[in-house]
Ligand binder design. Structure first.
Ligand SMILES: Nc1nc2c(ncn2[C@@H]2O[C@H](COP(=O)(O)OP(=O)(O)OP(=O)(O)O)[C@@H](O)[C@H]2O)c(=O)[nH]1
Ligand SMILES: [K+]
Ligand SMILES: [Mg+2]
Length: 419
């Protein structure tokens, strides 16, 4: 096993740069620069020297194998935050036979050494890419192992059910089969209903993780682009009094009171002789259909039917005269907060339905466990035992105890170097 190193802090100047080493040579490499360090998990202020060259004064610490994030021997060096210092240290470490870590390699080693399960690794990746409070909370629960513990508890129930069935097979004499105990069916019902409950929350959870899409749609010149710019407080979209200004879909990522929301500005909906505009309208419709919510914007007095259920019907340009229902003026800003309140309220209801299963990989493993458990209670004990074993296997896959190889590259490459 090679010893790896990487900066754990972002590149560039700063107060400190933390460099982390992991692997069998971590302590030895550190001591060759900092002198001997008797006690693990204690920080020492030391001069780092590569031969005669003083690299830096640094706070250093080492962790013994089994007592670190990766589970390997780990060393940490807190250097003064200048890239030249970290580069000089890297040179000294390369000479000593260490190599630079790849993206996510520390976390990958933590997984391979059983320090975290795969769901925790996914949670950690989500945590690092969280942009809003709701995403942080969701990711933190998974990173903290909540999902893994829950799935392990279900798997333990299956293991018990399986053992009971096996026992009934073993004790049955040739002629008279032993009845499968009722407890088995109770355990299976419990696991099935928990798995189903988790699967029900998956779509809402996945959405919360990725962010909600709110499409602004309506006829040309309704003021859609002006509204997007107003929400984003910058000039994202071109605005003009020429109908058909917007063609491509423009996205604004926003933190709406803690919820991750992508607002979409779209081409004004109308029949047009211009083929490019028609393509834009097609895109607008396709994207709007799949969005979580649509703000359906139109001028005062224009008759509007909602395209989709639950759309927010909003009148624009209220500064030019008052109309019916929810009205905004992107010019004066009036009504915008009330509109965002309504968007928030609708999305919050969806967020409230979220649970812990936020990734397709996790949901697919649960789906397979559910179909394995979709069994007829009149099955022979042998078939029952096989179905239970299969379902337990799928739950083990979900937390990465088995069969995780195919997912590792995908999951760990989403981390940055040094994590
Ligand atoms: N008075 C007033 N004018 C507005 C308001 N919002 C937008 N406008 C004007 O309405 C015109 C059209 O605005 P856009 O934002 O380009 O409209 P759009 O819906 O994006 O139009 P398309 O992209 O062509 O579909 C521009 O001249 C804007 O300045 C408003 O609240 N009040
Ligand atoms: K326009
Ligand atoms: Mg526009």
């Amino acid at each position: 096993m090679e010893t790896i190193f990487a900066e754990a802090t972002p590149p560039g100047r700063g107060g400190v740069t933390v460099v982390r080493l992991s692997g069998p040579m971590a302590r030895e490499a550190l001591e060759s620069l900092a002198g001997s360090l008797s006690t693990p998990r204690r920080s020492y202020l030391r001069s780092l020297r590569d031969g005669q060259d003083l690299i830096d004064q640094a706070l250093v610490i080492w962790f013994e194998q089994g007592q670190s994030f990766t589970g390997e021997e780990v060393a940490e060096l807190h250097l003064h935050g200048a890239p030249v210092i970290a580069n000089r240290l890297a040179q000294a470490l390369l000479v000593r036979g260490l190599r630079r870590a790849e993206a996510g390699e520390f976390t990958r080693r933590a997984f391979l050494n059983g320090r975290i399960d795969l769901a925790e690794a996914e949670g950690l990746a989500d945590l690092l890419s969280s942009e809003t409070e709701a995403q942080r909370k969701l990711a933190m629960r998974t990173a903290d192992g909540e999902l893994g513990r829950k799935v392990e508890a279900l798997r333990a129930n299956l293991v018990r059910a399986g053992a009971l069935v096996e026992a009934s097979i073993d004790f049955a004499d040739e002629e008279v089969p032993e009845d499968v105990p009722l407890e088995v069916f109770n355990l299976l019902d419990l696991v099935r209903s928990e798995v189903e409950a988790m699967l029900r929350t998956y779509p809402a959870t996945e959405r919360l993780r990725q962010g909600y899409e709110v499409a602004i749609i309506g006829p040309p010149n309704a003021g859609k682009s002006t509204l997007l710019n107003k929400i984003g407080q910058r000039e994202i979209a071109l605005v003009s009094d020429i109908a058909g200004t917007t063609r491509d879909i423009l996205e604004l990522r926003a933190d709406l009171r803690g919820l991750p929301v992508v607002f979409l500005d779209t081409a004004g909906l109308r029949d047009s002789a211009d083929p490019i505009e028609t393509m834009g309208v097609q895109r607008a419709m396709d994207r709007a259909r799949n969005a979580d919510l649509r703000i359906h914007l139109s001028d005062q007095g224009v008759r509007m039917e909602p395209f989709f259920d639950g759309d927010l019907i909003v009148r624009s340009k209220s500064d030019l005269g008052t109309g019916d229902g929810l009205a905004i003026s992107a010019l004066t800003g009036s009504g915008i907060e009330a509109l965002l309140d309504q968007v928030y309220d609708k999305l919050r209801v969806r967020a409230a339905n979220s649970g812990l299963v936020a990734h397709r990989r996790q949901a697919e493993a649960l789906e397979r466990a559910r179909s394995a458990l979709d069994i007829d209670s009149s099955l022979s004990p042998e078939f029952l035992a096989e179905a239970i074993r299969q379902a337990a296997q799928e739950l083990a896959t979900m937390v990465g105890r088995v069969g995780a190889e195919d997912y590792l590259d995908e999951i760990f490459s989403s981390f940055c170097i040094g994590k």
